[in-house]
Write a protein that binds this ligand. Structure first.
Ligand SMILES: Cc1ncc(COP(=O)(O)O)c(C=O)c1O
Length: 489
């Protein structure tokens, strides 16, 4: 802020201003409406004092002068000064004015004693990490326009408590999209808008199971799903996945009574395989018989590069066995924190009750813009662009990996999604274990085997290709090539 550049020897702010140094009005960043002006002035002055921008003993300008220069009401200026004085940042001297107090708390002081939770860092996710968005400038421009329209003329209901499922416009837009694009059988009434898959999963798990009960998961499994099962008190039991997806025939006897099954049938995470029709039907049949809820996580079906995607498993069931989870994290961006769940009737009330006692309802403001993004056709065009971009990124990564690692790796370019699995050209599990450990350590790329629960493990690396530049692909592939060179059994 400009006051920081001022001559520290001059302690009277009015003097400083008179020397044509920065205007006070430049110090008060936001004075939008009458009601918030005192707060904005208070914030700006407090920040100046805390950061040492205005030293102790400095005389603040008279409120009358501030009033004129900043076009404030006198009451607003007086209120800000009174609050600063009440909190010990300034001292009011009768008949003289207001001065910065002799001892004020400075920012940075005592940080060593701050609890760790105040300093939580944003995790550095490493090279070719998963879950990175590729921003689409056209979509952002459209989204901005729609948001601005809503902000300019906000409908009153956005300011109030509302439907715990979220606004009907977005739910209807999602229902229309899901029935045409994914073959999901649903109406807007059955949908809740969530803060992404993770919240949907948590709500469904807590509604469908009780702590201590068994939940079947794929083995290997999406780590955040496994964490959600455990967090909800469930006992996770892995069911092996092969090239045809999770195998219902291999559900352990102890898992027959499971209350819920978590699956990614369209594109198994992390292996990338698609569950066959026969296994889907078998799984639905078993769940019907046992009364379990199938939780279908359909996280990246928009990114299908070869042929039409297999329709969602939910659409094959007419017995209310499947809870279907979708997300905008992949197709738009994870920071949007918006997804949806299509709920079977038997857990509906319970999910709504849980929702009401946690975050009540989804935030409404971005919801309408998102609904219009979908219903006005922008989203469909966005998907086409995003898919083309992701396919090109996939091809690029595959090219770089083949160029840098050649026959030392095994690679099947995925026909769907935003990640791929690199395996090592060996059939010796011991050698594969060592290669995975060495390469993950040397390159920072993500190892596959820790995603297994119990079954015989496969070894390799899981690489994301969304949100990265060609240069990132080259660097990561070359680092892998060097790690493979350096590995000596
Ligand atoms: C298997 C799987 N499901 C769901 C998601 C999306 O989660 P969320 O919607 O909570 O961001 C991801 C994101 O990486 C994922 O890999």
């Amino acid at each position: 802020m400009c006051i920081l550049q001022l001559d520290r020897e001059r302690t009277n702010i009015m003097d400083i201003r008179k020397t044509n140094l920065p205007d006070w009005s430049a110090l008060i960043p936001v004075l939008p409406e009458a009601g918030t002006r005192a707060g904005a002035l208070y914030d700006a002055l407090r920040r100046l004092i805390e950061t040492g921008g205005v030293p102790s003993g400095t005389k603040l300008p008279p409120t009358r002068d501030l009033m004129r220069r900043l076009k404030l009401s006198r009451a607003a200026a007086v209120a800000a000064y009174e609050r600063l004085t009440a909190e010990g940042f300034t001292e009011a001297r009768v008949g003289d004015g207001t001065y910065v107090a002799a001892a004020v708390p400075r920012m940075g002081e005592g940080q060593a004693d701050m609890p760790k939770r105040a300093l939580l860092p944003v995790r550095d996710r490493g090279p070719l990490a998963l879950g990175v968005a590729t921003p689409d400038p056209v979509t952002f421009a459209q989204f901005r326009k729609l948001l601005a329209q809503d902000l300019a003329r906000p409908p009153l209901h956005l300011f109030n408590y509302g439907d715990p499922r979220g606004g009907v416009e977005l739910r209807q837009a999602i229902a229309d999209y899901l029935s045409t694009a994914r073959g999901v059988r649903c109406s807007a009434e059955e949908i809740i808008v969530t803060a992404g898959t993770q919240q949907g999963l948590d709500l469904v798990l807590r509604a469908a199971t009780s702590p201590g009960e068994t939940v079947l998961v794929e083995d290997p499994c999406y780590p955040s799903a496994l964490a959600a099962v455990r967090q909800a008190g469930g006992v996770a039991m892995g069911v092996p996945v092969d090239e045809h997806g999770m195998d219902p025939e291999r559900i352990p006897a102890a898992g027959e009574a499971a209350k819920a099954v978590y699956i990614t049938p369209s594109h198994q995470f992390p292996l990338g395989v698609t569950m066959t029709m026969r296994r889907r039907l078998a799984l639905i049949e078993r769940a019907r018989a046992s009364g379990a809820i199938l939780i279908e996580d359909d996280y990246d079906s928009e990114f299908r590069y070869a042929g039409p995607p297999l329709a969602a498993l939910q659409g094959m069931d007419d017995s209310g066995t499947v809870a279907y989870l979708g997300t905008f994290s992949k197709v738009l961006f994870p920071g949007l924190r918006t997804g949806y769940a299509v709920l079977p009737e038997r857990i509906f009330e319970r999910v709504i009750a849980l929702r009401k006692t946690s975050d009540r309802q989804p935030p409404g403001l971005a919801e309408r813009a998102l609904a219009r993004l979908i219903s006005e056709g922008h989203f469909a065009r966005h998907i086409k662009r995003a898919r083309r971009r992701a396919e090109a990124a996939r091809d690029h990564l595959v090219y770089e990996l083949q160029a840098a690692c050649g026959a030392r790796i095994r690679l099947a370019p995925p026909e769907q999604g935003l990640h791929l699995v690199v395996r090592f050209a060996t059939d010796d599990p011991q050698r594969a274990t060592a290669l995975e450990a060495t390469c993950a350590r040397e390159t920072g790329l993500r190892p596959l085997s820790p995603m297994y629960l119990a079954g015989p493990r496969d070894y390799g690396l899981v690489l994301g290709f969304s949100g990265f530049a060609e240069e990132d692909f080259r660097k990561a592939a070359q680092a892998l090539g060097r790690a493979l060179d350096a590995y000596s059994p």
